[in-house]
Design a protein around this ligand. Sequence first.
Ligand SMILES: Cc1cc2nc3c(=O)[nH]c(=O)nc-3n(C[C@H](O)[C@H](O)[C@H](O)COP(=O)(O)O)c2cc1C
Length: 146
Amino acid sequence: MRTAIVYVSKHHGNTKKLVDAIAEKYEITAIDAMKHSTFDLSEFDRIGFASGIAGSKFYPQMRKIMKEKLPEGKDVFFLYTCGFKTNRYCNAVRKIAEKKKARILGEYGCLGYDTVGPFKLIGGIAKGHPDETDIQKAVEFYAGLK
Ligand SMILES: Cc1cc2nc3c(=O)[nH]c(=O)nc-3n(C[C@H](O)[C@H](O)[C@H](O)COP(=O)(O)O)c2cc1C
């Protein structure tokens, strides 16, 4: 099974830490979507989309990539980091995946250091995240995908 994880991690590289840890342990193709735009996802059986959260959604770049590049009928999963946890951050990307007749395998999200707007004035929130436990849990999530 060929697996790719496409990621957009532009605030503090928080989400990239999850992807890097998975890539260290498992044979996956990690695609930095801020650096590469001409990749083709059709050759992969399973595709992860990994992103920070802005405005309670995966980054706009990631949603655009999914709309433009996710072929129909793939197995997909989601990884994200966020300043504060809610359970709705995957709603929009799930909808895109459903339109592409994807099989959604699951999602994993954890806190990620956040210095946006007023949070900067107080030194940021979710300091130190993702930490070792967050990262380990992401690897376990990946390992448990069926
Ligand atoms: C413009 C902007 C908007 C954000 N909006 C949210 C939000 O709505 N909810 C949230 O939990 N975190 C929000 N965050 C925090 C980021 O999702 C969080 O810091 C994440 O770990 C960044 O990931 P990255 O370093 O991989 O880009 C926002 C960050 C930025 C820069």
